[in-house]
Design a protein around this ligand. Structure first.
Ligand code: ADP
Ligand code: ASP
Ligand code: MG
Length: 422
């Protein structure tokens, strides 16, 4: 008998028919003698719908009071889907109970809309499991010290599941989704993408941080910190497929030190459409400029990603950086308001229609020329590189958003990642 955490994403929980399918699958695992904790997401589209209602009433504001209410609101999506799954399990003849984050409790800090899990008390869940019940724990949410409901950031149910698995020392955490594993890149963008049977923890961490939405980055961090075996697999196979076959399907995250994802130099391609570029032009090229521009941006709690400063000409330079698209207007206002006049810079320009494309692979540590292959491939496609950023196991470029698909597909081919033609 094993203790296994199942996580089902929004599409997997997208209708009552899908929820019944999930219930049948979970019942199969429980009847095979396993203790099962299920962490469901809200039904697909529900979180967007709820947040859209808030936006209809009042535009996004930076205030804590506003963000607290967003969490009150968005957390209801997971509460509804959890109760529906418990009802479906009961109708399959399984004893089942669902708990909201505060009932477990899953304790978090108070950063509404992007809270971090601090601890999980598992006595209640364990008692129910011991009594033979399937326990459902709402994804995406927790409770802070003052008893306010918090949420963990978009895609946060992945993190709830892995954190529950870590806290309970589960044997495995199975992340059921609408694709059958982790691919060399998003199969919706590059149809030639290949499923990986294993992916190293380090590469998964990079891919998630660079925009691969298949796993929320914090879930990968939890998996690494507590060495939780995590497998990504499909909830769209027939629910009654052989359980051993199902247990081996999908993609397993591995922790071996030097395991190379199928021995490729570049193992995957990630992309992010959520960024925007901002340039401060004609900045006097004197010491402290980066600090004088980015210091106030950081103080406003705006995260900066790629940064580039051009060579100086006649004592002036251009300074560019990227921020999340949601922070774009706020950052431009901030720069125009105080920073640019104080610096004596010429002007601020921005471009929200950019994207970041990254190649990832631990093999890049020991191979030279990988970045130049990337640059050559993009130049052959006529794609202009606006910014570059590198680390030991990744190279990222910022390009015009309209070239995203072309860039991803041509890099996928150039690095030998395409699946063999059928
Ligand atoms: P869920 O609702 O189950 O959490 P998500 O939409 O959050 O599902 O994540 C699954 C999606 O991630 C897939 O449908 C796919 O389009 C996307 N994706 C992005 N990069 C990858 C990748 N490298 N491998 C597989 N899927 C990816
Ligand atoms: N329902 C939340 C979202 O849409 C959390 C999740 O699906 O993981 O972001
Ligand atoms: Mg997700």
């Amino acid at each position: 008998m094993a203790l296994i955490v199942h996580k089902y994403g929004g599409t997997s929980m997208g209708s009552t028919e899908r929820i019944r399918n999930v219930a049948k699958r979970v019942a199969k695992w429980a009847r095979a003698g396993h203790q099962i904790v299920v962490v469901p997401s809200a039904m697909s589209g529900e979180t967007n719908r709820l947040l859209g209602l808030a936006k209809d009433l009042a535009p996004e504001r930076a205030s804590q009071a506003y963000h607290r209410e967003l969490d009150m609101l968005a957390s209801t999506g997971e509460q509804a889907s959890s109760a529906l799954l418990a009802i479906a399990l009961q109708s399959e003849g399984m004893e089942s109970v669902s708990y909201a984050g505060w009932q477990v409790p899953i304790r978090t800090d108070s950063s509404y809309t992007k809270a971090r899990i601090e601890s999980i008390e598992d006595q209640r869940v364990r008692a129910d499991l011991a009594a033979g019940k399937v326990v459902i724990v709402t994804g995406f949410q927790g409770i802070d010290e003052q008893g306010h409901i918090t949420t963990l950031g978009r895609g946060g149910s992945d993190t709830s599941a892995v954190a529950v698995a870590a806290a309970m020392k589960a044997d495995e955490c199975l992340i059921y989704t609408d694709v059958d594993g982790v691919y060399t890149t998003d199969p919706r963008v590059a149809p030639a993408a290949r499923r990986l049977s294993t992916v190293s923890f380090e590469e998964m961490l990079e891919m998630a941080s660079l925009g691969s939405k298949v796993l929320q980055i914090r879930s990968v961090e939890f998996a690494g910190k507590y060495k939780v075996p995590v497998r990504v697999l499909s909830s769209f196979t027939p629910w009654d497929i052989d359980i051993n076959e199902e247990a081996r399907s999908g993609t397993l995250i591995t922790f071996e030190e030097d395991e190379k994802m199928e021995q490729a130099v570049v193992s995957g391609i990630a992309f992010n459409r959520d960024e925007a570029k901002i340039s401060v032009l004609g900045v006097p090229d004197t010491p402290g400029v980066a600090y004088r521009i980015l210091g106030p941006v950081a103080d406003a709690n705006i995260e900066v990603d790629v940064i580039i400063q051009n060579l100086s000409k006649d004592g002036k330079t251009d300074f560019s950086f990227t921020v999340h698209r949601n922070d774009y207007a706020r950052t431009i206002d901030l720069l125009k308001g105080k920073i640019v006049p104080a610096l004596g810079a010429q002007e601020v320009v921005g471009d929200a229609k950019i994207c970041k494309v990254s190649i990832v692979g631990i093999g890049m540590r020991s191979h030279v020329g990988v970045a130049s292959t990337m640059f050559r491939t993009l130049s052959e496609e006529g794609i202009n590189i606006q910014m570059i950023s590198t680390s030991e196991i990744k190279t990222s470029v910022v390009i015009d958003e309209k070239y995203l698909e072309l860039a991803v597909r041509s890099l996928h081919t150039a690095f030998g990642l395409d699946k063999p033609a059928e």
